[in-house]
Write a new protein. Structure first.
Length: 199
């Protein structure tokens, strides 16, 4: 069974609807003890970095998340809080994956936030990753983001162009994270989520 972290910042409804469609059993909880013994963990998210970190701290989940050894998937803000620091509200984050979350520059003539479908191109180190099994390189996923994770090359599994080429999938050890909303990305998103569930 998959465990979804409830921290008052997640896009929980869309994710649980998707899991219902896949007929996957799940539990939504903020109980540290349940999360600590989960077989797979998802941290979904929309919202701001500071608020997300505040809610995780209030629920005593910071160390629980850092100590997880099972497959973990962060989605959108669930990716960004894995960083060391976010420019959004000058937020100290979880420091699980090295890097800094930066805001897209309006000087590039970009609409901020980025909202809509965009292409996800695999990094070389993603080719054999089971997360991407049967996912064509260059597939389109759905994004809603004003910020991006400026991560180390070795932790980047896919990139997406939006003024700059930013990391759209990141992985370190058992921690996977996507900047896009796979639960809003149609059949290709369902496939990627199913791949995560099969890790």
């Amino acid at each position: 069974m998959i465990t979804i972290i409830d921290y008052n910042s997640g896009n929980r409804g869309s994710l649980t609807n998707t899991l219902d469609k896949l007929k996957i059993k799940y539990e939504v909880t903020s109980d540290p003890e349940k999360i600590a013994i989960a077989s797979k963990v998802v941290l979904p998210g929309v919202g701001r970095a500071a608020q997300a970190m505040k809610e995780l701290r209030k629920r005593n989940l910071i160390d629980v998340i850092r100590d997880l050894k099972v497959p973990f998937l962060g989605i959108c803000i669930g990716l960004q809080v894995l960083a060391d620091f976010s420019e959004e509200d000058d937020t100290i984050c979880l420091s699980i994956i090295s890097g800094k979350v930066k805001k897209f520059s309006s000087e590039m003539g970009l609409k901020i936030p980025q909202i809509g479908w965009n292409q996800v191109k695999f990094a070389e180190n993603a080719k054999k990753d089971p997360l991407f099994q049967d996912i064509p390189d260059g597939s389109y996923f759905y994004f809603v983001n004003s910020y991006f994770f400026d991560a180390s090359k070795e932790d980047i599994r896919a990139v997406t162009p939006y003024g700059v080429e930013f990391p759209s999938v990141i992985k370190k050890d058992n921690f996977y994270a996507t900047q896009f909303h796979l639960e809003k990305s149609g059949e290709i998103g369902l496939k990627l989520l199913n791949n995560f569930l099969n890790l």
